[in-house]
Ligand binder design. Sequence first.
Ligand code: OKP
Ligand code: ZN
Length: 343
Amino acid sequence: MLTVYSQAHRLHHATELKDGLIKPCFEMPSRADTILARVQSVGLGEVIVPRDYDTSRYARVHSERYVRFLENAWAEWSALGRTHDALPLIWPVRDLRSDIEPEHIDGKLGLYAMDAGVAITAGTWEAVRTSANLALTGMAKLEEGEHSAFALCRPPGHHAAAEYMGGYCYLNNAAIAAQACLDGGAKRVAVLDVDYHHGNGTQSIFYQRADAMFVSLHGDPKQSYPYFLGHRDEQGAGAGLGFNHNYPLPHGTAWDGYGEALAHACRTIAAYAPDAVVVSLGVDTFKDDPISHFQLDNEDFLRIGVTIAGIGRPALFVMEGGYMVDDIGVNAVNVLRGFEAAR
Ligand code: OKP
Ligand code: ZN
């Protein structure tokens, strides 16, 4: 399986508000280094650099004004003489207005953020757009005949919706790639999200759509971030009704419960017969992940890959979360090797 990778991810190393304190993000550059090192040490396949794409490709799933905000936020923030990471500090909850974009950067940050885990630094935009380009390049490879590809994205993307960032995510790499698949002529695409956290952004982007199915296994939002989306009764709306499937699972879920839900999820996707599957590959379901609460072990990630291969469709794996740095390389690559061995 080929891997799409770029060093540009290093340009983004930010801080987050956590437990009431500003701390270095769990989502750090060493994550991608660890995964790339494992890709190379097992000889997974060729490692290629991303192609360049125009921002109009991102605007297929994000609003124009949001993409423009991401591109200009650091310049607007630093023009005020501020040197620390840009973080939001006010949000347009409930009856506050979000139709008018404030002129001040503090207002814009609040409008376009769902939490305080998405700081913007001098290098963030370059890292973010390159991350999306990795996913687009991987999808282009599928269109050119590869059965699978791995986009080693960093920052991740699945919490980012049409018009907001959150949970370390800015552009929704998986959704951008899935949309590119449809724009390239596919009739149907599915996104399978196996990150511990619900992919609220991807769900939101495709919620009203029948040509993109979203299926997610995750920690129950009653207990886990992102708290405000990911319940079982969210099944799509309008033309998209019946094309959104959530599998919220309790703290402590291990392979027995997880494998059963994943098998069901993959049967649902197979019945949909998508032209391709985009896998939002988070490995924070690992038992030692520092911010999550499932109990998967190293070899369970091989089983995830085998089960996904059972769908029988081409797959683009897009890296999302996973924070136990020592094991995330093994676990991410185990999914890919399991997929390859079983297909
Ligand atoms: C991003 B990805 C929970 C803190 C949650 C944000 C988590 C973002 C996860 N104690 N902080 O889905 O892995
Ligand atoms: Zn996660």
